[in-house]
Design a protein around this ligand. Structure first.
Ligand code: DOR
Ligand code: ZN
Length: 446
């Protein structure tokens, strides 16, 4: 093992002291790491990292990432997406199955899982498709995917809604038997044929076909009832309207249902008026909503109605975005900007403190996905899986400088208030001083 590899790891019996760090933004102290876990203080650490002024959070967990491999490698790969994730402070991501071929079989999910292990920068958990080819009619081999080495425990047709209620009911029943969760992209496609932007005055003025918010809200209302009937766990992807949050509150108050929900950073920050420049970088599904919705979503995240933040990181090749609005593919990059956008919308506004950030960006998503060694407290005996954030290091977003293969960020030129400085996965540095570590060698040698 070379020097660089040795320095990147605490798994060889050596102890690293992370000095002067503020866990959850609270009182400064030292964290000690040995053999991949947080340990009691020692007097003679082998290495000391000066983390004065930095905030430590448990490694972030993203339930909604498009890594595009296999089949979409011109936009992203497991390599480039894992690098973007680690740089964004993530230690685990869930890779959506709308790839080519679709991840609807044990072969494809195992391939994605193995690629993630080879790269070694974040834990890559493949999400299995609910239906064959995402076509919405026949259930995919959910049991086989669950039994594969990838141990799939989350299923979704994301990009598409499981629109047929009987197929959704059956999927929930299988998920229950597998102790898995169905993550629904809530969009009644009958209501959104040709839709281009949130249905309202902005879209009308721009001449863009409207996306009726009821297409989302009505599917969530339907699905909580189906999940209650099936005794299954439902997760709602990228919730985007105030009324969707109301439906969740009503469901939890009135029925015995286990339902969780995520909101994206872009639905917390950006509004439908972003489309006024007709730049397809702002085209996303579900679409950006009016400011009354973003305000309600922030409140819903703060009060726990919405459980967590998920990026819906959706890289697209230049051709898919450098065209007229209606021809462009929906989606935007998210992994490297998620935490700063959460800080802007939730911390700077006083809605959440850093403990709250840990809850919505790490603990809650780990719990929803059933990950045992992510989203854990920063206490002795727990995995050394964490991210160190400089709360005062502002930076300017440049799509070309992001680690993703694609550059379709809606935040081009925008100032972000905080920076991820270091990320550690089970005692291995994946990011040091804002740069990705070359871990392949470490993974192979040791
Ligand atoms: O904007 C989106 N992009 N929404 C989705 O549901 C799918 C995603 C993608 O795969 O590009
Ligand atoms: Zn989606």
């Amino acid at each position: 093992m070379g020097d660089a590899a040795e320095r990147s790891s605490t798994r060889d019996g050596s102890t690293t002291r992370i000095a002067g760090v503020r866990p959850y933004g609270e009182d400064a102290g030292d964290l000690y790491v040995r053999d991949g876990v947080l340990v009691d203080p020692v007097s003679d650490p082998d290495e000391t990292i000066d983390a004065g002024g930095l905030i430590a959070l448990p490694g972030l967990v993203d339930l909604h990432t498009h890594l595009r491999e296999p089949g979409g490698e011109e936009a992203e790969t497991v390599d480039t997406g894992s690098a973007a994730a680690a740089l964004g402070g993530y230690t685990a991501v869930f890779a959506m199955p709308n790839t080519d071929p679709v991840a609807d079989s044990p072969v494809v999910v195992e391939h994605v899982w193995r690629r993630g292990r080879e790269v070694g920068l974040v834990d890559v958990h493949p999400v299995g498709a609910v239906t064959v080819g995402l076509e919405g009619s026949r259930l995919a081999e959910m049991g086989m995917m669950a039994a594969s080495p990838a141990r799939v425990r989350m299923f979704s047709d994301d990009g598409r809604c499981v629109n047929d209620p009987l197929v959704m009911r059956r999927a929930l029943e299988y998920a229950r038997a597998l102790d898995a969760v169905v993550a629904q992209h809530a969009e009644d496609h009958r209501l959104t044929v040709g839709a281009q932007a949130h249905e309202g005055p902005v879209a009308a003025r721009l001449g863009l076909a409207g996306w009726d918010p009821a297409a989302e809200e009505s599917i969530i209302a339907r699905d909580v009832m189906l999940a209650a009937a099936a005794g299954a766990r439902l997760h709602v992807c990228h919730l985007s309207t105030a009324r969707s949050a109301e439906v969740l509150r009503w469901a939890r108050e009135t029925m015995d249902v286990t339902v969780s929900a995520e909101v994206t950073p872009h639905h917390l920050l950006l509004t439908d008026t972003a489309a006024e420049d007709y730049d397809p970088v702002h085209k996303v599904n579900p679409p950006l909503r009016p400011s009354a919705d973003t305000a309600a979503l922030r409140r819903a995240l703060a009060d726990g109605t919405v459980d967590c933040v998920a990026t819906d990181h959706a890289p697209h090749a230049v051709e898919a975005k450098d065209c007229e609005w209606s021809a462009a593919r929906p989606g935007m990059l998210g992994l490297q900007t998620a935490l700063p956008v959460v800080v802007t919308t939730m911390v700077a506004t006083g809605l959440l403190d850093w403990r709250g950030v840990a809850r919505v960006c790490s603990e809650a998503p780990a719990r929803i996905a059933g990950l045992a060694d992510q989203g854990r407290p920063l206490t002795v005996g727990e995995p050394a899986t964490l991210t160190l954030v400089d709360p005062d290091a502002a930076w300017t977003v440049r799509g070309e400088s992001l680690a993703s293969r694609a550059a379709n960020t809606p935040y081009e030129g925008m100032q972000m208030p905080v920076s991820v400085v270091h990320t550690m996965l089970r005692g291995r540095w994946t990011v040091r001083d804002g740069a990705v570590r070359e871990l392949r060698k470490v993974a192979q040698d040791g």
